[in-house]
Design a protein around this ligand. Structure first.
Ligand SMILES: Nc1ncnc2c1ncn2[C@@H]1O[C@H](COP(=O)(O)OP(=O)(O)OP(=O)(O)O)[C@@H](O)[C@H]1O
Ligand SMILES: [Mg+2]
Length: 233
């Protein structure tokens, strides 16, 4: 069943997915730099970044007052807002859009938190289908090591402490991210995610990502017609 819209716009949408610390942002930012150097017009959009809902999410998280369903609805609102303002206009103008996390993050996290898989898929029907959805596949131990190497500790929600699996933060991270990882694996076939072996070096992965993207952008103009201004936040 084809659930999400295949768009007919001249632009391209590339998105990255994977468990926390899998290296998504690292790869997307290198891709962005390369595409810009090549002369393409590139726009970037990040999960949960819409000004419309950012403050609500922040407060809700801080006070731990979000239920799985309200969490899900807030993220859907965030993406709906960003799709209309930041994703569709560049796609229509023939630009390249890069998104750090997309609908698959909601499907993996929300279902892990107990939301119905069908309900959340239905909720996100408004989303346009990405040209390529990269899934950075990595074992939990590797991502945990990367996260702890980069900063002091694990965050409450990334460790899934809100669902009360165990009070031990590291153990909770492994259980929660393990369930999310299983969800991603199930979605590989369901949505045709492009799997990248994320245990390799940053450079090796980036070479593969660029080669895959290059094939899709042969007909994308390097200076698309821009008849409108895009808001930058
Ligand atoms: N291939 C790699 N090998 C070793 N370290 C890496 C690799 N890729 C990224 N890292 C490091 O791992 C850490 C996490 O990477 P990054 O922030 O890109 O992950 P992420 O998937 O975006 O995480 P999050 O989901 O939390 O946003 C960073 O410190 C980054 O420098
Ligand atoms: Mg990131």
């Amino acid at each position: 069943m084809q659930m999400f819209g295949d768009h007919k716009f001249p632009g391209k949408l590339f998105i990255v997915e994977g468990i926390d610390g899998s290296g998504k942002s690292t790869q997307l930012s290198l891709l962005q730099q390369w595409l810009r150097r090549e002369g393409y017009m590139v726009f970037f959009s990040e999960w949960n970044s819409s000004p419309l809902v950012k403050e609500t999410t922040r407060r809700g998280k801080r006070k731990q007052m979000l239920t799985p369903t309200t969490f899900s609805l807030i993220h859907a609102t965030d993406l709906a807002d960003r799709i209309e303002r930041h994703i569709l206009p560049p796609l229509k103008a023939g630009a390249i859009v890069l998104a750090d996390r997309y609908i698959y993050t909601a499907f993996a996290r929300d279902v892990t938190r107990g939301v119905s898989p069908d309900w959340v898929r239905e909720l996100y029907r408004f989303a346009v289908k990405p040209t390529i959805a990269f899934y950075f596949r990595v074992p939990l131990e590797v991502s945990l090591k990367r996260i702890l190497g980069a900063r002091a500790g694990l965050k409450y929600y990334e460790a899934g402490l809100d669902i009360g699996l165990t009070a031990d933060v590291e153990e909770s991270f492994k259980l929660f991210q393990g369930m999310i990882s299983d969800m991603y694996e199930e979605m590989v076939n369901e949505f045709g995610l492009t799997v990248i072996d994320a245990t390799r070096s940053i450079e090796e992965q980036q070479d593969e990502v660029r080669a895959l993207v290059e094939r899709e952008i042969a007909d994308v103009p390097k200076s698309p017609v821009t008849y409108m201004e895009f808001e930058e936040d």
